[in-house]
Design a protein around this ligand. Structure first.
Ligand code: TLP
Length: 351
């Protein structure tokens, strides 16, 4: 039985073309800027995001943390959504390692921050206050269900932040999903942000790596912070080679993941015992809940036996994420298996 793994789009294996590129990669000493494959990947990334330069980082978490360290001084305050990945899942790195406090503002169901809230949250100059220096956005928005920020919205926040002397960092771990969903070039979503990080190892299928993009000066300073965090790598062209293939071959096909996510969502909505936990499915993330049916533990055990994996975090809806290793017939098979689990398990009376 094929296990259908929908826990995350980070579970993918490198494509045959990536493995070939890894095998053949030309490498050098990256800490000295001498790895031609890393240099090529960084140049490609910068061009895609309409920035002067880019830095290859080990992960999205490292890229976001380096962005905070580079934009902020110790004691500064940054504005982050209360559903943001940077707030929930990055181990409080900004505070622990950057000495930065995080001011959260509510994310709406699309992952946006209200510009009026941002305006109000920016501190005046006062001896008692920390300096507000950075606004962080996330596109697509993970906890909001893969929702998409438009170019107009992003530009509005950038204008507001820049007028008040703040910088904007965009956590674009899945920004290519956003661009494909909106049908716009990715640079339209990134060009006005001061920095943007994106991941090669999510929907794009590479085994490792993220890029942090910004001005030349920003990236030069960021490079030093990467070293400080132990992220200075040696012959990193070995992994960058897969990243180049990811950028060249894996972006346009994200449209298939989005179609599969919608197919999954429609199927789930029709299963007795399941309700969707989001109004629409704009990209590759589907959130759903059990409606009064089986308990979470019983359901998860049934799925395990049935060979379907979905994501679950305490108190959150289930999360299913589509990716290139899941085909549309896998989606149909997953739906059949999920339906069978729901049919088999005891139903609780409706309240
Ligand atoms: N998201 C992962 C992890 O939470 C496991 C996932 O499965 O969705 N920003 C966003 C929006 C992300 O979704 C993630 C990872 C990151 C940053 C961090 O990237 P990594 O995992 O490479 O450090």
């Amino acid at each position: 039985m094929k296990v259908i793994d929908l826990r995350s789009d980070t579970v993918t294996h490198p494509t045959p073309e990536m493995r070939r590129a890894i095998f053949e990669a030309e490498v050098g000493y990256d800490v000295y800027g001498e790895d031609p494959t890393v240099n090529r990947l960084e140049m490609m990334a910068a061009a895609r995001m309409c920035k002067e330069a880019a830095l290859f980082t080990t992960s999205g978490t490292q890229g976001n943390l380096i962005a905070v360290l580079t934009h902020c001084n110790r004691g500064d305050e940054i504005i982050v959504g209360d559903e943001a990945h940077m707030f929930w899942y990055e181990v409080g790195g900004a505070a622990a390692l950057g000495g930065v406090t995080i001011r959260t503002l509510p994310n709406d169901s699309c992952g946006r921050l209200n510009p009026d809230d941002i305006e109000r949250a920016i501190r005046d100059r006062d001896i008692h206050y920390p300096e507000t220096t950075l606004v962080c956005l996330e596109n697509t928005h993970n906890r909001c269900g893969g929702t998409v920020l438009s170019a107009d919205y992003t530009d509005e926040v950038c204008r507001l932040a820049h007028t008040r002397g703040l910088k904007v960092h965009l956590d674009g771990a899945r920004i290519f999903n956003a661009a494909i969903a909106l049908g716009v070039p990715v640079l339209a979503l990134a060009e006005n942000a001061d920095s943007v990080s994106f991941c090669l190892s999510k929907g794009l299928g590479a085994p490792v790596g993220s890029l942090l993009c910004g001005s030349k000066d920003f990236v030069e300073r960021a490079r030093k912070f990467r070293k400080m965090l132990g992220g200075g790598m040696r012959q990193a062209g070995i992994i960058a080679a897969a990243g180049i293939v990811a950028l060249e071959t894996m972006v346009d096909r994200l449209v298939d993941d989005h179609a599969n996510a919608r197919r999954l969502a429609e199927g789930l909505a029709g299963i007795n015992g399941i309700t969707l936990a989001q109004d629409s499915v704009p990209t590759n993330i589907v959130m759903f809940e059990l409606s009064p049916g089986p308990s979470t533990a019983e359901f998860m055990e049934g799925l395990r036996e049935g060979g379907v994996k979905v994501g679950l975090r305490d108190g959150r809806p289930f999360r299913a994420v589509t990716h290139y290793m899941v085909t549309s017939s896998d989606i149909d098979e997953a739906l059949a298996r999920i339906e069978a689990v729901c049919a088999r398990l005891p139903r609780r009376p409706q309240k």
